[in-house]
Design a protein around this ligand. Structure first.
Ligand SMILES: C[S@@+](CC[C@H](N)C(=O)[O-])C[C@H]1O[C@@H](n2cnc3c(N)ncnc32)[C@H](O)[C@@H]1O
Length: 348
């Protein structure tokens, strides 16, 4: 039986570079915090998290030092990792090809702006001048050389190739109407049931408006989780190799981030050119049951699982979030597509 190598079958793994930890420490020092006092940092994060729960549509209180500390030490690093993972997912399906100028809307500290890839021009819309100031330092620290502009609100400018909305929909009463003029759209949202399902509904609306999904969906049919489930929501997961200061900080937090989860959506007005037939995306974790493993796979409006019987198949794991080739001669058992060996991963 042919199998993927151990290296290939792992869920993608991300880490924070040491230089970012150093930068965060310098910035925290200016507002009276430090990575060396993890308990007080954790308190700022709990405070910020409570704020988001109590004010689901409230704006991040950037004027407060505690909020700046929480954003710097916790929310930005996580969203920077999510941005990398989303860039990687999009790269696999050619989403970023020819996208040169971008707009990061509600950019905060700029998790997408602080990525050294693809773009040659960036516009950040961020109402908070405090956030803008730290974001400029961060972009400089990451050695971003493309021309960058920060504005407090969006005004019609020269055309933009792609608009990015990262963790911002919860702070907006409604989507700005100009987005429909932008040919490519990127959304990253918390992987909660409410936010994930809202994004699934937004996908349906964008499809009606002439957009095609590039990722995570490999099809433009109605999302199977909208048709066949009232509670499931689509989300992705990557591994996070946290630095020691992060682990110390997490000891004072109820939430642990050995994996980083997110819901995301990449849409374009141009039809995707996925040359391979019978592709699906693994949208669930491996569910090990008695004698069998199942894993949700998405390729159409049906809610389906790849499944393999332990007595028939050699032991293997499939990494959540990746694309898979579903065997042409598939054997169906209800919602399950029974396989005996690890399917081929990725598009190549
Ligand atoms: C939860 S933060 C996310 C920041 C960043 N996008 C990220 O992924 O880390 C939401 C950001 O949206 C900004 N914001 C709130 N209302 C906005 C609006 N009407 N227009 C643009 N940005 C807004 C806030 O100031 C805040 O920085």
């Amino acid at each position: 039986m042919s199998h993927n190598t151990t290296e290939e079958i792992k869920i993608r793994r991300y880490r924070l570079p040491d230089h970012l930890s150093w930068f965060i420490e310098q910035q925290l020092d200016k507002i009276g915090f430090s990575l060396a006092t993890p308990k007080s940092l954790a308190q700022t994060i709990l405070h910020q998290s409570d704020f988001y729960i109590r004010h689901p549509y409230g704006e991040t209180p950037w004027k407060e030092h505690w909020a700046q500390a929480a954003q710097l030490a916790y929310y930005f690093p996580l969203n920077w990792i999510r941005a990398q993972a989303i860039l990687d997912r999009g790269e696999e399906v050619g989403f970023w090809n020819n996208l040169k100028s971008y707009l990061e809307f509600g950019s905060g500290l700029g998790p997408f702006t602080c990525q050294n890839r693809y773009f040659n021009k960036g516009l950040c819309i961020e109402p908070s001048l405090e956030a803008q100031s730290v974001a400029r330092n961060l972009a400089h620290h990451f050695g971003i050389t493309r021309p960058l502009t920060w504005n407090v609100r969006f005004e019609k400018t020269a055309s933009i190739d792609v608009a990015v909305f990262s963790y911002i929909l919860t702070e907006l009463p409604q989507l700005p109407p100009w987005i429909y003029e932008v040919k490519s759209l990127v959304f990253a949202e918390p992987s909660t049931q409410d936010d994930g399902r809202r994004l699934m509904n937004l996908r349906e609306r964008l499809i009606k408006d002439g957009y095609y999904p590039y990722a995570p969906c490999v099809h433009s049919n109605t999302c199977p989780l909208l048709i066949e489930s009232k509670k499931d929501w689509c989300h992705d997961r990557v591994l996070f190799d946290a630095p020691p200061w992060w682990l110390e900080m997490e000891e004072y937090l109820p939430m642990k981030n050995r994996t980083v989860t997110f819901s995301y959506l990449l849409m374009k007005k141009e039809k995707p050119d996925l040359k391979k037939e019978n592709m699906g995306r693994l949208v669930g974790d491996c569910l090990v049951e008695k004698g069998k493993t199942r894993q949700m796979v998405c390729r159409s409006s049906r809610r389906e699982f790849l499944s393999w019987l332990h007595k028939e198949a050699e032991k293997f794991e499939l990494p959540r979030g990746e694309m898979v080739s579903i065997p042409e001669d598939e054997i169906r058992k209800g919602t399950e597509i029974r396989i005996r060996k690890s399917p081929k991963l990725g598009l190549s």
